[in-house]
Design a protein around this ligand. Structure first.
Ligand code: NAD
Length: 255
């Protein structure tokens, strides 16, 4: 039961973030959403599990807007107890042709934003002697794939940052961990399936090939399953889970 706690989930208008928000809404916690696109639909889906969530539209590539979002969380909800850093983007291209602006955007959104939200959330957690920081990294924080250099670099960085924060908070009731999903069928992955379809595969083949290349189970991980793992990391049973990178990947990294 997390009633009375406030959970900020970045990038929660779609995909994994929205799934996590729906799982946490059922606990009675206050939810703050963030992200672009159909905000009203996301709010409505989360409100089904609980009360109407808060929302801040900060663009996480911009440090000033992150500060505004954390200020909003303090003003409206008295601070963030559970910070779930989930927002992320992908760009697929070889290093020698990787657009520099895409590199900068991936590093800013997938890595630097995690530093900014965490540094701004920690003082409140320290004051309340309790907190959880959960970073949605990726199997690409543990192993690489070709043509995803910025993403792989950022996600390896997120796991390093997770460990640093876990050590700095080790003597407190604040924990910091990462979750490393394999393939989850979200708009981010659908784009990569569409790319294969554009290259000549039919849609069934495209999905089958994508899974078979990497994910031994042959099945997608679901946003709901990731939400349930995040919820476990918020429980008292998880007090000594600190600084881990916990994969949920249908066996991807076991190979
Ligand atoms: P998605 O594209 O469905 O959702 C991304 C969310 O981030 C959206 O709400 C979007 O509006 C938001 N967002 C994007 N740029 C933003 C910005 N600049 N500022 C604020 N919000 C922004 O993607 P997803 O697949 O749900 O991915 C969520 C996270 O999970 C990402 O960090 C991704 O790297 C990670 N992940 C995804 C998979 C997968 O297979 N889908 C696997 C491993 C890790």
């Amino acid at each position: 039961n997390l009633s009375g706690k406030t959970v900020l989930i970045t990038g929660s208008t779609s995909g994994i973030g929205l799934g996590i928000a729906q799982v946490f809404a059922r606990t009675g916690a206050n939810i703050i959403l963030n992200g672009f696109g159909d905000v009203e639909l996301a709010k409505a889906k989360v409100a089904q599990g609980n009360k109407i969530p808060g929302y801040h539209g900060a663009d996480l590539s911009d440090e000033e807007q992150i500060r505004d979002m954390m200020y909003y969380a303090n003003q409206e909800f008295g601070g963030v107890d559970i910070l779930i850093n989930n927002a992320g983007i992908q760009h697929v291209s070889a290093v020698d042709s990787f657009p520099v602006d895409k590199w900068n955007a991936v590093i800013a959104i997938n890595l630097s934003s995690v530093f900014h939200t965490s540094r701004l959330a920690l003082p409140n957690m320290q004051k309340r002697h309790w907190g959880r920081i959960i970073n949605i990294a990726s199997v690409h924080g543990l192993v690489a794939s070709k043509n995803k250099s910025a993403y792989v670099a950022a996600k390896h960085g997120v796991i390093g940052l997770t460990k640093s924060i876990a050590l700095e908070t080790a003597r407190t009731n604040i924990t910091c961990n990462a979750i490393c999903p394999g393939w989850v069928l979200t708009p981010l992955v659908q784009q990569q399936i569409d790319q294969r379809i554009a290259e000549g595969a039919n849609s069934e083949e495209a999905v089958k090939e994508l899974l078979e290349e990497k994910q031994p189970s042959g099945q997608f991980v679901t946003p709901q399953q990731i939400g349930e793992l995040a919820l476990f990391l918020c429980s008292e049973s998880a007090n000594q889970v600190r600084g881990v990178a916990w994969n949920m990947d249908g066996g991807w990294v076991a190979q």
